[in-house]
Design a protein around this ligand. Structure first.
Ligand code: GDP
Length: 139
């Protein structure tokens, strides 16, 4: 089933100028980037985006990290793209990520792990809406 998911190339990736390298992982897997923009998330917006994690001990550090510099937010489209993107990204902690995944190849740490990807259809819909209006998404 054709789906859409929200992807973020995090500040550690933008800072190291590897957004093109990461995009090639999506494109090689047959996913399409149907919306994309570079933004800087204010800290309060980061808190809103990561609200589900607000009880976790690393919440403040995570919000500080994602708002520390520009990010590239994007909508990816394809068959089963939500699960497929999670597979291409690899495990949260790069130490546990499979070979050939984005996080294995690029992540700096469990926190600065280069990419975000929605984990369910419900969250994908919410997260896409958080960053994009309908006219910005060109399937
Ligand atoms: P994801 O879905 O693989 O991104 O992982 P989670 O939803 O569990 O966590 C969201 C984000 O919080 C991760 O991508 C990391 O940037 C960060 N994070 C997760 N676990 C930890 C942790 O144990 N310590 C720190 N500092 N950050 C973490």
């Amino acid at each position: 089933m054709r789906e859409m998911t929200l992807s973020i190339l995090k500040p550690d990736a933008v800072r190291r100028n590897i957004t093109g390298a990461i995009n090639s992982y999506f494109e090689k897997a047959g996913l399409s980037i149907v919306a994309q923009k570079r933004i800087k998330l204010p800290y309060e917006q980061a808190e809103a985006f990561y609200a589900v994690h607000k009880e976790r001990p690393f919440f403040q550090s995570l919000c500080k990290s994602i708002s520390s510099g520009p990010v590239v937010v994007q909508v990816l489209s394809g068959d089963g793209v939500i699960a497929l993107n999670r597979k291409i990204m690899g495990a949260t902690d790069p130490a546990n990520a499979d070979h050939g995944t984005i996080r294995k190849d690029f992540a700096l740490s469990i926190e600065e792990n280069s990419v975000h990807g929605s984990d369910s259809p419900e969250n994908a819909a919410k997260e896409i809406q958080f960053f994009f209006s309908e006219i910005e998404i060109i399937p």
